[in-house]
Design a protein around this ligand. Sequence first.
Ligand code: AMP
Length: 216
Amino acid sequence: MTNLILLGPPGAGKGTQARLLAEGRGLTQLSTGDMLREARASGSPMGRKVAEVMDRGDLVTDEIVIGLIEERLAASTGPGFIFDGFPRTLAQADALGALLDRMGQTLDAVIEMRVDDEALVARITARSTCATCGEVYNDLTKPIPADGRCVRCGGTEFSRRADDNESSLRTRLLAYYKQTSPLIGYYHAKGKLASVDGLGEIGAVASAIAGVLDKG
Ligand code: AMP
């Protein structure tokens, strides 16, 4: 089993790298952001409850996201999980540790993706996503192909996230520094933390992450 966490501020590239790892290594990507967006799109009571919080850029309650992860862990089999955007608080980190313990599994690595704030704003305000498969594009570094078709699935509809605007981003960054960045010290103390430069090209960051994982 390989279980790893991708940790980093919004726009660090966690989702992009998680998808590459899932494809390359057969790991299951567990993105709480994607799960919450699905709940919103489905119009479920929980989805309606979290919509406003997400649009503002604040964190959804620990109880909700821990519940989502618990359900997915119970339902999935495979060689391991990539936690993308989870945990985001110390309470979530403790809960994840307890869940993995209960399953007789371990956390192998926590990879911090370091990107400076200026780059994050530039990345996020240029970001769009394929509405069909979730492939992420960037107007500057990875534009939607000229024929308007997604490189992964051929889909022709693309959307921008409601929270990818400067005001929500400011709140999301604050939430990251206040509530999530303490996890860097937490996992460092547990001997699990590795850091990679998240500023480079997608392939270079992927190689750096592979270097961490393959070193064991
Ligand atoms: P993301 O797609 O990871 O950027 O998440 C989008 C939004 O979903 C965040 O700004 C939060 O409002 C919410 N969210 C996602 N994951 C979590 C989490 N682990 N804890 C709390 N809120 C979360």
